[in-house]
Design a protein around this ligand. Structure first.
Ligand SMILES: Cc1cc2nc3c(=O)[nH]c(=O)nc-3n(C[C@H](O)[C@H](O)[C@H](O)COP(=O)(O)OP(=O)(O)OC[C@H]3O[C@@H](n4cnc5c(N)ncnc54)[C@H](O)[C@@H]3O)c2cc1C
Length: 377
């Protein structure tokens, strides 16, 4: 009998895990990868869509093009997870595995921020970015507020990137002098593990007259009065609100009993949950690293090596290191990079690489190499 591996979620983590298992075991393993969607989209592509640099269609990578020996990808919605039995109920039936990996990411909780759906916009989903691509060209000036509705949230530099790209967008349209840009951030700095990166971003904000407010969480919006209400009790007037919605683990994960304090606790070295043979990787896991694709990918590689060792025998991998590099759009056609190390020392550290044209090419390669590895194009 072949070992059966069930992977829930074909996002950054699930795609990398299925690919690594296929590379390591080929037809020796029976991998079932389940996702409710029809395509994968890189997180950063949402910024490209929002500012009209790409269409949503152009950034979609259809799952129909994912084909790996030993892996079948099913388009089904996971409705229930039984971690004790390593079994999963979907809208199409029941699947069982010898190993189960939960890679279902984080969902957005729009209701957690009263007024956001009616009076604001979010740019963290493809649908939200598409709406903004239609709305932004109609914006003719005024107060733009970028607000984060809760932490943790995916890709901590992304709202900073949105502020800088918005500056470029409004400048290109000749509207920048008619606009104020304010950025409300619940964290104490733009990228807390890397003071150097935060300093560079603060300087970029100041050069562009973007007002940055650290330690301020968007609590709600009052669309009737066009004001943002913050946790500190302040009111910030806006004409256009661009929000990062509060995140939470998908309901099906919460209902499975696997989560504690909102996300799934795992052993940080192995990514295994308290249920034997059940792992969690990526945004759905609580492992002390940021919610970002590079971390989901790194965790998936460690789980793949563990599973290959468990299935074939042999040595398991060394402990998950919590290392990752994130590219940061600085606007004006420049990209910077921060290399972060979350788990090896007593506290997270980050090294900053100055924005440059070379890093624009490196970011492009980051995307195209994953596209080729997972989708063969
Ligand atoms: C604006 C923005 C910019 C970003 N920029 C970067 C960046 O530059 N670098 C970086 O590393 N990261 C970036 N990210 C973060 C990155 O996109 C995520 O952290 C990453 O995708 C997480 O991977 P994951 O595998 O945990 O989850 P995901 O990639 O979100 O995948 C989860 C999958 O589970 C599926 N799913 C969920 N519920 C169910 C269900 N019930 N049944 C079936 N399927 C289900 C979903 O359809 C989805 O495909 C960015 C994110 C955003 C929003």
């Amino acid at each position: 009998m072949k070992a059966r591996v069930l992977i829930l979620g074909a996002g950054f983590g699930g795609l990398e895990l299925a690919t690594s298992l296929s590379e390591g075991l080929g037809e020796e393993v029976d991998v079932t990868l389940i996702d409710k969607g029809d395509s994968f989209v890189f997180g950063y592509s949402k910024l490209d869509v929002m500012f009209g640099r790409e269409t949503a269609e152009a950034v979609r990578l259809p799952y129909a093009e994912f084909s790996k020996p030993g892996v079948r990808l099913l388009r089904e919605t996971v409705l229930a997870i039984d971690p004790e039995a390593r079994s999963v109920t979907t809208d199409a039936g029941v699947h069982e595995g010898d190993f189960l990996v939960v890679a279902l990411g984080a969902d957005y909780d729009m209701e957690a921020t009263p007024g956001l759906a009616e009076g604001g916009n979010e740019f963290y989903s493809v649908a939200g970015a598409e709406r903004l691509a239609e709305l932004l060209p109609e914006f003719s000036g005024g107060r733009v507020v970028i607000g984060v509705c809760g932490a943790p949230f995916k890709c901590p530099p992304a709202p900073s990137e949105a502020a800088l790209l918005l500056h470029d967008y409004l400048s290109d349209r000749g509207l920048r002098d008619d606009c104020e840009i304010s950025f409300l951030m619940p964290l104490p700095s733009p990228v807390p593990p890397s003071p150097e990166t935060s300093r560079a971003l603060l300087e970029a904000f100041s050069d562009r007259d973007i007002a940055f407010y650290p330690g301020v969480r968007t609590h709600s919006l009052d669309p009737a009065r066009n004001v943002v209400l913050t946790d500190n009790g302040d009111e910030v007037p806006y004409d256009l609100f661009l929000g990062v919605p509060k995140h939470r683990a998908p309901d099906v994960v919460i209902e499975s009993g696997m989560a504690a304090d909102g996300y799934v606790p795992v052993a940080s070295e192995t990514l295994e949950t308290r249920f034997p043979g059940v792992y969690a990787v990526g945004d759905v896991a609580a492992v002390g690293v940021p919610k970002a694709g590079v971390f989901a990918e790194g965790a998936a590689r460690v789980v793949a090596e563990s599973l290959i060792a468990r299935i074939r025998g042999g040595e398991g991998p060394s402990a998950y290191g919590g290392l990752g590099s994130c590219y940061i759009e600085f606007g004006s056609g420049q990209v910077g990079r921060v290399d972060v190390d979350f788990l090896s020392g007593p506290k997270p550290t980050g090294t900053f690489n100055e924005p440059s044209g070379a890093l624009v090419a490196e970011k492009e390669h980051f995307g195209s190499s994953r596209r080729a590895r997972w989708f063969g194009r």
